[in-house]
Design a protein around this ligand. Structure first.
Ligand code: 99T
Length: 209
């Protein structure tokens, strides 16, 4: 078993970090990474993270040579080059751009959900802006509509970069918006998600209760 030669700055609540840990598990690289749990928000940043990533965001991956990679998409791409199994991000051709674009769509859902979370949880109630919150929620609904089509046309069969990103995005929706009821409106996506949620990599990375 290789030693731990990288450190991942993460939080169990972060869906972006979850994507990284899921990929590490799926590619059997988890034993090479030390997990460093940090509590942060945009208004309560972590000095440990800022020292490595000026944006103050997680995930951030410190490599053996002291360099730090940040933004989950960059980290995922790096880690997918560090194992010898079938790549989870296609290396070339139209498939590469299709799968990365679909993964980005899942990230766009996450960006909207996190903006809603910060607006409702961090901002004083008298400063909330309902029109803006509704606009973010509509983004989520539009992305879910497209993901339902993707599930329906068999595009999510392989648990690759796109499927991992979608699974972690849906997990975050359940975590932060448990009342949303998306399963009734998007039944094929729901049934796909129920199945892939049973994977060990998904079970062991569930957000905190
Ligand atoms: O914005 C900040 O200063 C702190 N927020 C983060 O670090 C969030 C944690 S999810 N991470 C990102 O926004 C990363 C986005 C980046 N494009 C990527 O890595 O892909 C926390 C969610 C929660 O607590 O509900």
């Amino acid at each position: 078993m290789p030693g731990k030669n990288m450190t991942l700055f993460y939080s169990p609540a972060s869906p972006f970090a979850r994507k990284v840990i899921v990929l590490l598990q799926e590619t059997r690289q988890l034993p090479t990474v030390e997990l460093f749990d940090v509590q942060l928000s945009p208004v309560t940043p972590s000095g440990e993270v800022i020292a490595r990533n000026p944006s103050g965001k997680i995930p951030a991956l410190e490599l053996a040579n002291g360099d730090t990679l940040h933004d989950s998409r960059v980290i995922l791409d790096y880690l997918d080059h560090q194992h010898s199994g079938e790549p989870l991000i296609p290396r070339e051709g139209p498939k590469r751009w299709q799968r990365l674009a679909l993964a980005s769509l899942a990230d766009a859902l996450l960006d909207a959900a996190i903006l809603i979370r910060y607006e409702t949880f961090l901002r004083p109630p008298e400063l909330h802006w309902p029109t803006w919150l509704d606009a973010q929620q509509e983004k989520i609904e539009r992305v879910l509509t497209e993901l339902e089509t993707q599930a329906d046309t068999g595009q999510l069969q392989r648990f690759d970069i796109a499927s991992i990103s979608i699974a972690c995005a849906l997990g975050y929706l359940d975590f932060r918006q448990p009342q949303l009821g998306w399963r009734e409106r998007f039944p094929r996506l729901a049934s796909w998600y129920a199945e892939i949620s049973q994977r060990e990599s998904m079970l062991s990375t569930q957000p905190p209760a």
